[in-house]
Design a protein around this ligand. Structure first.
Ligand code: BEZ
Ligand code: FE
Length: 288
């Protein structure tokens, strides 16, 4: 096709997908091209803005390494991560809601026995966590893997502290007991800003947005026959609950991290019952 202009170029690009063998890939690419061209037309993108966009995406890629994923952060602050979670991880009424995974999970967190103190010197006020995992009928889920990770009082995860090397702290993996329960001690987390020393930080600044996430603890709960739950518990009363930079807060995930005892002796306590949904039936190959 010749004589391409701003009116016929979208159909011309989509027509080039005609030999695409993978029907889902073709569907996704067709929509992507339509929306991308629609966006360029909508804002009447200038050539200077096109160059700036290319520079921004290049810098985003250059900021990525094996510890830092600036593209995921971009997806997070644009609400794309949470939109994808909301569409793909919506469980039946009564099951605990999911939220974003975030970049600070590690696969080699220490395996711990119930009752363990996972703080290992992380700064913060003491916190006792009491977790119960049940199914939609309220029956305990025995032997579920409860993987938890969190920031410390300085708003930092262990992996953000180069001085710790490979030392892991304020994270651990537990198995629920015969009553579906797990207990551990840790430190009270705090609200923290997502990393702002890269292009995503510049984008937040340029759009007048703050970079803060409300105080929370992450959980990934897995058990055979159940849908894997990836979620957080957010600290009630945090001032960023209504403006989380990655749009991850759900009211049902806000919990009381209340304290008892006098000021410097005070211990905080978090109790929560997680409800797992049964795993969706696998799609049969004949229905595709
Ligand atoms: C987190 O909660 O760990 C997180 C989520 C999204 C972006 C940055 C951090
Ligand atoms: Fe987090």
């Amino acid at each position: 096709m010749r004589n391409i202009d701003e009116h016929n170029i979208t159909d011309a690009v989509i027509a080039r997908l005609c030999d695409s063998q993978d029907t889902r890939h073709k569907e996704v690419m067709t929509s992507l091209i339509r929306h991308l061209h629609g966006f360029v037309r909508d804002v009447r993108l200038t050539e200077r803005e096109w160059e700036q966009s290319i520079r921004f995406l290049t810098a985003t890629g250059q900021k990525c390494d094996d510890k830092r994923q600036e593209f995921i952060l971009l997806s997070d602050v644009l609400g794309v991560s949470m939109l994808t979670v909301a569409m793909n991880q919506s469980w039946p009424e009564g099951a605990t809601e999911a939220t974003v995974f975030g970049p600070f999970h590690v696969e080699d967190a220490p395996r711990c026995d119930s009752g363990a103190d996972i703080a290992h010197g992380a700064p913060g006020k003491p916190l006792d966590v009491d977790i119960e995992v049940v199914d939609l009928q309220g029956q305990p889920v025995v032997g579920a893997e409860v993987d938890t990770w969190q920031a410390d009082e300085d708003g930092l995860y262990d992996v953000q502290r180069p001085e710790l090397g490979e030392t892991r702290r304020a994270r651990g993996v537990f198995l629920t007991d015969a009553e579906g329960k797990v207990r551990f001690s840790s430190v009270l987390p705090t609200s923290y800003p997502v990393p702002t020393d890269g292009p995503v930080g510049e984008l937040l600044l340029a759009t007048g947005r703050h970079p803060w996430r409300p105080s929370h603890i992450h959980f990934r709960i897995r058990a055979p026959g159940f849908a894997t739950l990836i979620t957080h518990l957010f600290q009630e009363g945090d001032s960023y609950l209504d403006s989380d930079v990655v749009f991850g807060v759900r009211s049902s995930l806000i919990a009381n991290f209340g304290h008892h005892g006098e000021d410097n002796q005070a211990r905080h306590t978090l109790r929560h019952r997680f409800v797992l949904a049964h795993a969706p039936a696998p799609r049969s190959s004949t229905s595709e």
